[in-house]
Write a protein that binds this ligand. Structure first.
Ligand code: FAD
Length: 354
């Protein structure tokens, strides 16, 4: 890892003016393991911030199987991906971690005082004594529409999986995609936007039956127009589409919304000078620390002999990694093991009284 002896203030950050947030621990990734990491750090009185590229917590559990049942969380016979994320958020609430959503951690550099400087895609910077990489299979990013030069319209005429749809009121909007997210977006825009067109490569959808039925009803009512085909060119105000029978259709629009799904990208982690084995970070099994002191890796991102990509394994790793961090955050102090059942100190931290 590159060592930086220059002044810590913003060095290496994308926005050099950002004053770094100083913290004992920075967790990269708010998937189930990153969230539980915050809990274990909280029990050990290590304050933390959590950054995730997504606009919400939950990682794969929410993005890939939010409504599906999950049966192998200890003590929880059944929950859903989303239910698990909600329970974890509730569990860590007493420790008030600082959440930073919609930001991808871009750089990680060692400073002269041994702390770690991190910067995000949104220009935030953190100066952390310990870092917990809980990045799973990478940052989830929307799949882009594959047309040359289209990226120059991003943020003005082109949007991917937008959270708020108010800005499209009164506009002519084309939504591309055929899954639940695409259909939900088109349905939410009908009646709000001036014109809504759903563009998909075929007249069949990979979405919940009820959502498809609602879409068909809105199409029949003339509230949504369906165009089947593939986009071939976009100039910011018109999208050219080739239909299955090789016709060219031009769609005039104010905004193009891409809902082509999301896919994980390891992204910047590969540039942090960490050892990587098949896109995973090797760790020891005492503390789940990487070869870099103070940089721990937990959950799906790490690898070690016998590794299993299961949430319960990530929870164990997060527990021992938090203990590993005590040596750095509280040097020379022996930290006693306490039970949440009986420790009055832990009850105070958890905000419960007995
Ligand atoms: P993730 O859940 O992948 O979360 C990582 C987070 O890090 C993401 O939100 C990502 O956006 C963020 N991130 C990555 N890089 C950056 C960056 N540079 N900056 C900011 N943020 C970043 N496991 C089980 O134990 N039981 C099951 O029944 C089960 N069922 C599954 C079903 C399916 C369909 C799938 C796909 C997985 C299943 N798993 C199951 C596996 C389980 O979901 C994963 O083991 C678990 O999600 C790993 O958690 P994590 O916190 O390590 O990573």
């Amino acid at each position: 890892m590159e060592r930086q002896d220059r002044q810590a203030r913003g060095a290496g950050a994308l926005n050099p003016t950002a004053t770094p947030i100083e913290t004992d621990a920075l967790i990269i990734g708010a998937g189930p393991v990153g969230l539980f990491q915050a809990f274990q750090l909280g029990l050990l009185e290590i304050a933390c911030h959590i950054v995730d590229a997504l606009p919400r917590a939950g990682g794969q559990c929410v993005e890939l199987y939010g409504d599906k049942p999950i049966y192998d969380i200890p003590g929880t016979p059944v929950t859903t991906g989303r239910g698990l994320a909600e329970s974890l958020l509730q569990q860590i609430a007493p420790f008030k971690p600082g959440f930073h959503f919609g930001e991808q951690v871009a750089t990680l550099e060692r400073q002269g005082d041994e702390r770690l400087l991190l910067s995000t895609s949104a220009g935030s910077a953190f100066l952390a004594r310990t870092v917990f990489i809980a990045a799973g299979v990478g940052a989830f990013v929307p799949k882009r529409i594959a047309l040359e030069g289209i990226e120059r319209f991003e943020g003005s005429r082109l949007f991917y999986h937008p959270e708020a749809l108010e800005r499209f009121a009164g506009q002519a909007v084309v939504v591309q995609g055929g899954d639940d997210a695409a259909l939900d977006t088109a349905l939410a825009l009908a009646g709000r936007a001036a014109e809504v067109t759903l563009l998909h490569r075929r007249d069949a959808f990979q979405a919940e039956e009820a959502t498809v039925a609602a879409l068909r009803a809105r199409i029949a009512a003339g509230a949504i127009r369906l165009v089947v085909g593939q986009p071939t060119a976009f100039d910011g105000s018109a999208l050219q589409v080739t239909t299955p029978d090789a016709q060219t259709v031009t769609l005039a629009l104010d905004a193009l919304i891409g809902c082509l799904g999301i896919s994980p990208r390891l992204g910047p982690i590969a540039n942090w000078g960490l050892e990587l084995e098949r896109k995973q970070v090797p760790v020891d099994t005492q503390q789940f620390q990487t070869r870099e002191r103070g940089v721990f890796a937990v959950g799906d991102i790490n690898t070690y002999p016998g590794k299993k990509k299961l949430i319960v394994c990530g929870f164990h790793e997060a527990t021992l990694a938090a203990w590993g961090a005590t040596e750095i955050v509280f040097p020379g102090r022996s930290v006693p093991l306490q039970y949440t059942t009986t420790s009055t100190r832990l009850h105070t931290l958890l905000g419960v009284s007995h």
